[in-house]
Design a protein around this ligand. Structure first.
Ligand code: B3K
Ligand code: ZN
Length: 867
C-alpha cells in the first residue's frame, strides 16, 4: 500500500542535513543496474541524530558511513526511504542500490526508452535511483560516472562537462561528467544510447562559445534542424529581451520516444519527447513546428528561471513554471505572431483551466495540499501561473518588470526560493504595492466580473460599473476580492477609439479593479459607447457582459486591437450557439453570417487572424461559459452553426480557399498564415457537405506537399463525416504505418471522428501494430484525445465512453500511473453534466476507487471526484 497521506505547504521546514556534493557511479545493465552514490553530508540542525532519506521502489544493497559498512541496526529501510542513525556533524555516506530499468514502465527514475537508457527525476524521481534528500532545496554538486556496453551505448551523457572517458574490459566503456553548478536532484539526468548527432555552435553575447548537440534516433537527423534553429533563436532572444546568457560550455538535447511530458530542463542535458523535437514538412504540421519552437524555448529559459533560481519546495512550482511559460509565450510572440500566440494561450485558459477551476481538483497556482506531486503539473500552475505573471507585467510595464527580474536574480541566484520572494523582488524594484495582488497566488477559482453601463447624453458621461466575485471551490469556501487589471477601449458607433478622460485628465487604458464593486465615469463622450473590455485578456476571469449582436459585429470589424476582434467573434458565436441550444433560434442570425462573410472577404486582414476568427469556440469552452447545457444539444447546435456557415458562405470560402493556395511549400509566418486560413475555409466547406466541397478535400488530401495540408484535409473529411473519409484514412495508415509518431495523428483522427461507432474504431486501432499502451504518446493520441476532444462521444448517454476510459485507466494504473492520471481528467467533470450522466460517471469512479492497487496519482483524483 502506498502512502496516501497529503503533504501541506504549511508544514515546510528546512532539511536537517545538506549534501554538498555527490559522486554517482552507474553500471548500466537492463535488469540489474548498480548505482553507488557517495554523498558529503553536513548536519544543519544540531539536534538531529538521524539522517532521513527518500527512496522509492529501490533495492538497497548496502550503506556505509566514512567508508565503513553499517550494521543492520544502524539503518532501517521502509516503503518511502531509509532512516540512518548518524549523530555526526559531517560525514561521507555511501549507498549502493540496484535498479531494473528495463521493467520501469512508469518512466520515472532510470528507465529504458527503446534502445536507450534515460532518466526523469522531476518531481520525485531521483529517489527511484538512490536514497537521497530528494527535495528541491538541497543543492549539491554532482559528478557522474557511467559505465556501459560500448557497442550498444556509444554515447554516455550526464549534466555539465565531460571530464574523462575511456575503454573498460569486456567491450564496455565509461564517461565521467562534472556539473559545476550546485543543483537539486530533480535536475539530474543521465542518457546512454546510440544516436545520430546534430552539432552546432552558439557564441553568447559576452563571447562564450557553446557547443550545441542534438541527439536523435538513427536516421532522424534531418528532422532535427528545426529544433536546433529554435534553440539558437531562444538563446539569442533571452539575451536581448531578458539580458540572460547561457552559463556552460555545452548544451545537449536528447529526443526519446517514451516520455511522460513534453520535455525536461535538466541542467545542460535536456531530455525531450521525440514529438517535441522531430519535424520536417512531410511529417509535421505547422502547429507542431510552433510547439517545438515553444518547448525548446521553454526548457532553455528554465536555465535561469528554474535552474539558477529554483523552488524551495514543490508547492512553489509556479515560481518556475508560471514564469517560464510567460517567458516562452513572450518568445513565441516576439519571433512570431503576437495575436495568434495570445489567442492560443487564451484558448488554453478557457478550454482547460477554467474547467479545472470548476472541478474537484481546483487549486491555487501555489497549491496548499498535495498527495502526488505529479498531479500538480497543471494548467492552473502553468498557464494561470503565466497569466498571473502577465498581469504583473501589465501593472508594472516592461521596464519595471525587467528591473524586478534583475533584482530577483541579484538576490536569489543559486538559491531555492518561494513565490513570495519573487513578488517581493517585483514590489521592491518597482515601488508598486503588490499586497492585494499576491492573493492570486493563494486563491483558487475563476473570478467572475459583471459589467453594467449607463450613458447620460446630456452630461455626455459614460459610467462603467464592475462587480467581481469568485465562486467557492471545493478547496476554499471563502473568497476575497482580487486586484484585477482591466484593459479597456471605448469606441463610438463608427468604431473609432475614444479618449479616456476622468476628472478632465487622460487615464491609462488599464483600470485597477480592487474592490468587490467599483465605478468609473468617463467624460466628454459624445454618443453611445461600444465597450471593449479585458483587451488582450488582461486578467484570467470570466466576464458577464450582455452586448448586442451589432456591437460585437462592430468590434470584429473595427477594434484596433486584433485580439479584441477575435474575442468579439467568439462571444458573438457563443451567444448564438447558446440561443440555438435553448431553442430561442434555429440558426445563426444574418448579422453573424455577414460579419464572418466580411472577414472572409477582407483580404487586408492578417490571414492567421482571419483563420482564428473563422474557427468556432470549442465545445469545452462553451460548456465552461454556460453551465448546465445538455451535451448533445450543444454538440448539435455547434455543428448546425458550422453547416450553416459552410453553406451560406460557400462561394466566398471557395474563392478565398483558392486565393490562399501557394505553389511551393515554405515554413514562414506568412505561408503558415495562408495555410491556416485556407484550411479554416476548407473545414467550414466540409461541414457544408456539398459534393464539390468533398472533392476539394479529396484533391487536397491526395496532392498535398506537406503534412499540414494533408492532415487538414483528412480532418475536414472526418469532421464533415463525408463519404470519402474512410478511403483517405486507409491511405494515411498505409503510408505511415511504420512511423509511430506520425501515426499519432491518425489515432487522433480515429478518436475524434464524427461517427457514431467511434468506440469500435478506437478498439480496432488499439490492435494496430503502431499502438502501444506503454507509450504515453500513443495513449494520449488515441485514448486521451477521445476523452478530452470528442466531448459528444465521451459523454455518450449510455455511459459507454466513461466505461471505456475506466477500463483503460485500470490497465494503465499498473503500467504508468502518471500517464493514467493525466488522461483521467475528463472523468472528473461530474458537475458539467446532467444527473443521469453523473450517476454513470460515479459508477466508474467507484470502480476505480475499489482497485486494490490504485496508484497515488489516480487515488488523489478519484477520491477528490467522489468526495
Ligand atoms: N519541468 C518539466 C515537467 C516535469 C513534470 C514532472 N511530472 C517540464 C517543464 O515544465 O519544462
Ligand atoms: Zn517548465
Amino acid at each position: 500500500m502506498q502512502d496516501m497521506q497529503a503533504k501541506l505547504r504549511a508544514d515546510y521546514r528546512p532539511a536537517d542535513h545538506t549534501i554538498g556534493s555527490v559522486d554517482l557511479l552507474f553500471r548500466l545493465e537492463e535488469h540489474g543496474t548498480q548505482v553507488i552514490a557517495v554523498s558529503q553530508v553536513k548536519r544543519q540542525n544540531p539536534a538531529a541524530t538521524q539522517l532521513v532519506l527518500d527512496g522509492d521502489q529501490l533495492q538497497c544493497i548496502g550503506v556505509a558511513i566514512n567508508g565503513e559498512a553499517l550494521a543492520a541496526d544502524r539503518f532501517e529501510v521502509g516503503e518511502n526511504g531509509m532512516i540512518i542513525q548518524a549523530d555526526l556533524a559531517e560525514f561521507e555516506l555511501t549507498v549502493e542500490t540496484w535498479l531494473d530499468p528495463a521493467n520501469n514502465t512508469a518512466l520515472e527514475g532510470l528507465y529504458k526508452s527503446g534502445g536507450a537508457y534515460c532518466t526523469q527525476c522531476e518531481a520525485e524521481g531521483f529517489r527511484r535511483i538512490t536514497y537521497f534528500l530528494d527535495r528541491p532545496d538541497v543543492l549539491a554538486r554532482y559528478s557522474t560516472r557511467i559505465e556501459a556496453d560500448k557497442a550498444l551505448y556509444p554515447y554516455l551523457l550526464s549534466n555539465g562537462n565531460k571530464v574523462a572517458s575511456g575503454d573498460l574490459a569486456d567491450g564496455r566503456h565509461f564517461a565521467q561528467w562534472q556539473d559545476p553548478f550546485p543543483k537539486p536532484s530533480y535536475l539530474f539526468a543521465l542518457v546512454a544510447g546510440d544516436f545520430d548527432v546534430l552539432r552546432d555552435r552558439y557564441t553568447t553575447v559576452s563571447g562564450r562559445e557553446v557547443a550545441l548537440e542534438l541527439f536523435v534516433d538513427k536516421g532522424n537527423l534531418s528532422r532535427g534542424q528545426h529544433a536546433m534553429d529554435s534553440l539558437k533563436l531562444s538563446m539569442q532572444w533571452d539575451e536581448q529581451r531578458f539580458g540572460l546568457e547561457y552559463d556552460l560550455d555545452i548544451y545537449m538535447i536528447v529526443a526519446v520516444d517514451f516520455f511522460n511530458m513534453g520535455a525536461m530542463e535538466n541542467k545542460g542535458l535536456n531530455v525531450f519527447n521525440s514529438k517535441a523535437v522531430l519535424a520536417d514538412p512531410q511529417t509535421a504540421t505547422d502547429d507542431e513546428y510552433h510547439r517545438i519552437e515553444s518547448i525548446i524555448g521553454h526548457e532553455y529559459f528554465h536555465n535561469w528561471t528554474g535552474n539558477r533560481v529554483t523552488c524551495r519546495d514543490w508547492f512553489q512550482l509556479s515560481l518556475k513554471e508560471g514564469l517560464t511559460v510567460f517567458r516562452d509565450q513572450e518568445f513565441s510572440s516576439d519571433v512570431g505572431s503576437e495575436v495568434v500566440n495570445r489567442i492560443l494561450a487564451v484558448k488554453t485558459m478557457r478550454n482547460h483551466q477554467f474547467a479545472e477551476d470548476a472541478g474537484p481538483m481546483a487549486h491555487p497556482i501555489r497549491p496548499d495540499k498535495v498527495i502526488e506531486m505529479n498531479n500538480f503539473y497543471t494548467v492552473t500552475v502553468y498557464d494561470k501561473g503565466a497569466e498571473v505573471i502577465r498581469m504583473l507585467h501589465t501593472l508594472l510595464g516592461e521596464a519595471r518588470f525587467q528591473a524586478g527580474m534583475r533584482l530577483y536574480f541579484e538576490r536569489h541566484d543559486g538559491q531555492a526560493v518561494t513565490c513570495d520572494d519573487f513578488v517581493a523582488a517585483m514590489a521592491d524594484a518597482s515601488g508598486v504595492d503588490l499586497t492585494q495582488f499576491s492573493l492570486w497566488y493563494s486563491q483558487s477559482g475563476t473570478p467572475v466580473v459583471e459589467v453594467s453601463e449607463s450613458y447620460d447624453p446630456v452630461a455626455q458621461r459614460y459610467r462603467l460599473t464592475l462587480k467581481q466575485h469568485t465562486p467557492a471551490t471545493p478547496d476554499q469556501a471563502q473568497k476575497r476580492p482580487l486586484h484585477i487589471p482591466v484593459a479597456l477601449q471605448l469606441l463610438n458607433q463608427q468604431g473609432q477609439d475614444l479618449p479616456l478622460l476622468i476628472d478632465r485628465k487622460a487615464v491609462a487604458p488599464v483600470l485597477d479593479l480592487t474592490g468587490s464593486e467599483q465605478s468609473w465615469e468617463f467624460e466628454q463622450i459624445a454618443g453611445p459607447v461600444v465597450l471593449s473590455l479585458f483587451d488582450n485578456f488582461s486578467a484570467p476571469v470570466k466576464v458577464m457582459q450582455p452586448q448586442s449582436e451589432s456591437d460585437l459585429a462592430l468590434l470584429i470589424a473595427h477594434a484596433k486591437n486584433d485580439f479584441v476582434r477575435w474575442d468579439a467573434s467568439q462571444r458573438l458565436l457563443a451567444q448564438q450557439i447558446f440561443a440555438m441550444v435553448e431553442e430561442e433560434q434555429t440558426q445563426l442570425s444574418m448579422t453573424v453570417v455577414d460579419a464572418l462573410r466580411a472577414v472572409v472577404l477582407n483580404d487586408g486582414l492578417d490571414p492567421a487572424l482571419a483563420a482564428e476568427i473563422l474557427t468556432l469556440p470549442a465545445e469545452a469552452a462553451l460548456a465552461q461559459e454556460k453551465a448546465g447545457l445538455d451535451v448533445e444539444s450543444l454538440h448539435l447546435a455547434r455543428k448546425a452553426a458550422l453547416t450553416q456557415l459552410g453553406l451560406e458562405l460557400e462561394d466566398e470560402l471557395s474563392a478565398r480557399y483558392r486565393a490562399c493556395i501557394q505553389p511551393e511549400y515554405q515554413q514562414t509566418g506568412a505561408a503558415v498564415g495562408e495555410r491556416a486560413l485556407k484550411n479554416a475555409c476548407l473545414l467550414l466547406l466540409a461541414h457544408g457537405g456539398k459534393a464539390n466541397s468533398e472533392q476539394l478535400c479529396l484533391k487536397q488530401y491526395h496532392t498535398a506537399n506537406n503534412m499540414t495540408d494533408r492532415l487538414a484535409a483528412l480532418n475536414a473529411l472526418n469532421q464533415g463525416a463525408l463519404p470519402g473519409a474512410a478511403d483517405c484514412m486507409l491511405a494515411f495508415e498505409q503510408q505511415w504505418r511504420d512511423d509511430a509518431l506520425v501515426m499519432d495523428k491518425w489515432f487522433v483522427q480515429v478518436a475524434t471522428a464524427a461517427n457514431t461507432d467511434v468506440l469500435t474504431h478506437i478498439k480496432q486501432a488499439m490492435a494496430h501494430p503502431a499502438f502501444d499502451m506503454a507509450n504515453p504518446n500513443r495513449v494520449r493520441a488515441l485514448i486521451g484525445a477521445f476523452a478530452s476532444l470528442n466531448r459528444n462521444g465521451f459523454h455518450a448517454p449510455d455511459g459507454s465512453g466513461y466505461r471505456f476510459l475506466t477500463d483503460q485507466l485500470i490497465a494503465l494504473n499498473g503500467i504508468n500511473p502518471q500517464c493514467a492520471a493525466r488522461i483521467m481528467t475528463p472523468l472528473m467533470a461530474l458537475k458539467e453534466v446532467d444527473g443521469e450522466r453523473r450517476t454513470l460517471m460515479t459508477v466508474e469512479l467507484e470502480r476505480l476507487a475499489s482497485l486494490p492497487d490504485l496508484s497515488k496519482d489516480l487515488y488523489e483524483k478519484v477520491s477528490k471526484s467522489l468526495g
